[in-house]
Design a protein around this ligand. Sequence first.
Ligand code: HEM
Length: 202
Amino acid sequence: MTLLAFYRYVFLWFLTLGVALASWRFLVADITVVMSAMMHQLQGAKGAFYAHIFFAPIALAMVPFQFSQKLRANRPGLHRWMGRTYGMSILIAGVAGLIIAPNADGGLFAATGFFVLSVLWLVTTVLAVWHALNRRIPQHRKWMIRSAALTLAAVTLRLQLPLGVPVVGFEFAYPVIAWTCWVPNLIVAEWWLRRRPAALAA
Ligand code: HEM
């Protein structure tokens, strides 16, 4: 296994499924205990917050399966069903994201970061689904890669928090991470798309 393949395996499967499963902890334990840092959201648009934390992990959990070449080739029907689940989950979790973003911790800078992320998450996913429905597969792949890069912000945020908070403190780290959890992901996705245009047509 090459280093790149190992990184892909760890990041795509272990971290995405791990973060998705950990995010559903509120289903088995008291939310005020296991998400005590989110009390401000429970006092605000509670329904939107619950919709976000239930549906966003579903979208995240679909990512490694949807990018599996084996699954796409051998089980196209399953790929389409998981794609519908991914799209519907983002539609709900993304709209909920627009509602809860203004109430996020970290002030206006953090709120703007999460709000812009929600808008781009919805736009990239809608475009990806639209191209799939119209059988424009290279464009579908292109927009799905962008959408997935944004979905993976849930992972990169949780990797950056324990690195940033002890160094510069929560007050400074959190608003910055509200942007750095997704802007670099999108840059990497664009770099990859430009580097391997042939892979999209395959
Ligand atoms: C990509 C677009 C996303 C946006 C814009 C977004 C936005 C937000 C916002 C604004 C909050 C509240 C933060 C605060 O009040 O400080 C939040 C919390 C949360 N989000 Fe997302 N989110 C996104 C994706 C995801 C994904 C893919 C997951 C899947 C695991 C997820 C799971 C959660 C969870 C579990 C919380 C509760 C806080 C925690 O315990 O970590 N989000 N999100």
